[in-house]
Design a protein around this ligand. Structure first.
Ligand code: CP
Ligand code: NVA
Length: 314
């Protein structure tokens, strides 16, 4: 059974194929062709323990446009919230449906679901990874620059966030250079850095983690940030903002230090005045955020088609 819990569940060749397929979906949709039968007769549960705008809606639209049936459930709507085990839940769901996309507090929940499931499990965000976002980000970068290899991404902010982790891994897989500029306390998890370094050796990707954002952004093609307080970390809000805002906010001044034309990316939702200023995120000459958000739909379709449907169906 093929799952997508983290981007490295796919090979780099499969990711490139997913990006190519996403491009076909995007082009077709622009020409008015929205509907396919790739997921005809397939039911997919969208299970959410946390809020979501992009992931929830793009997945639901993607499944419908591929001819499948999305079933949305929040945690409080399932017996999981009253103590039913993940094992029983996974066993039973496998007898009704064809796939589960789940947004969870703990990555272990996804691993447990996948372990006991006879159907594909897709990570719709966990505390550790956000693979659907990273695939859309790689697509957006390739679309904008026309290539991936050698593009330099600098992620500024919470290096331990799900988005930073996934960006690190996908960059290392696809030969993009990535630098994470973050406070030491909020560095990416060691096992993620180690995995990225191993992948980078094969792909030629240069990987760095450093504290100084001004130094990090030199020659950047992309400056990327995410919220300073991810879902599930609200109790640390005050402490995090105290560390991050004075040094890790993305401003025009920081962008100028890149020394060349640089674009800004953010997974959204954004908090203007915290991780980024409006002067950056709202400048259409610099900011790719809406295109990036749109691409969540096209890339979600490609991922679903790959995991649950027929590759050659479009
Ligand atoms: N980027 C992203 O995953 O957004 P949502 O939280 O709105 O799904
Ligand atoms: N790191 C953020 C991403 C939101 C899409 C969070 O987990 O809240």
């Amino acid at each position: 059974m093929k799952h997508l819990l983290k981007v490295t569940d796919f090979t780099s060749d499969s990711i490139i194929k997913i990006l190519d397929l996403s491009k076909r979906f995007k082009d077709q949709r622009k020409k008015g062709r929205r509907y396919h039968n790739i997921l005809e007769g397939k039911h997919v549960l969208l299970y959410f323990e946390k809020p979501s705008t992009r992931t929830r809606i793009s997945l639901e639209v993607a499944i419908r446009e591929l001819g499948g049936n999305p079933i949305v459930a929040r945690r409080d709507e399932l017996q999981l919230s009253r103590g039913e085990t993940l094992h029983d839940t996974a066993e039973v769901l496998g007898r009704y449906i064809d796939g589960i996309a789940a947004r969870v507090y703990f990555h272990k929940t996804l691993e447990e679901l996948a372990k006991h499931s006879s159907i594909s499990v897709i990570n719709a965000l966990s505390d550790l990874f956000h693979p659907l976002q990273a695939i859309a980000d790689a697509f957006t970068i390739r679309e904008y620059f026309g290539r991936l290899k050698g593009i330099k991404i600098v992620f500024v902010g919470d290096g331990g966030s799900n988005v930073a982790h996934s960006l690190l891994l996908i960059s290392a897989m696809l030969g993009m250079d990535i630098t994470i500029a973050c406070p030491e306390k909020y560095a990416p998890k060691t096992f993620v850095i180690e995995e990225a370094n191993a992948l980078g050796e094969k792909s030629g990707s240069e990987i760095h983690v450093m504290e100084d954002p001004s130094k990090a952004v030199k020659n950047a093609d992309v400056i990327y940030t995410d919220v300073f307080v991810s879902m599930g970390f609200e109790r640390e809000r005050e402490e995090r903002l105290k560390v991050f805002i004075p040094r890790y906010q993305v401003t025009r001044t920081l962008l100028k230090k890149a020394g060349k034309r640089v674009v800004f990316m953010h997974c959204l939702p954004a908090h203007r005045g915290e991780e980024v200023l409006a002067e950056v995120i709202d400048d259409p000459a610099i900011s790719l955020v809406y295109e990036q958000a749109e691409n969540r739909l096209h890339t979600a379709k490609a991922v679903l088609a790959c995991l649950l449907g027929d590759w050659n169906g479009i």
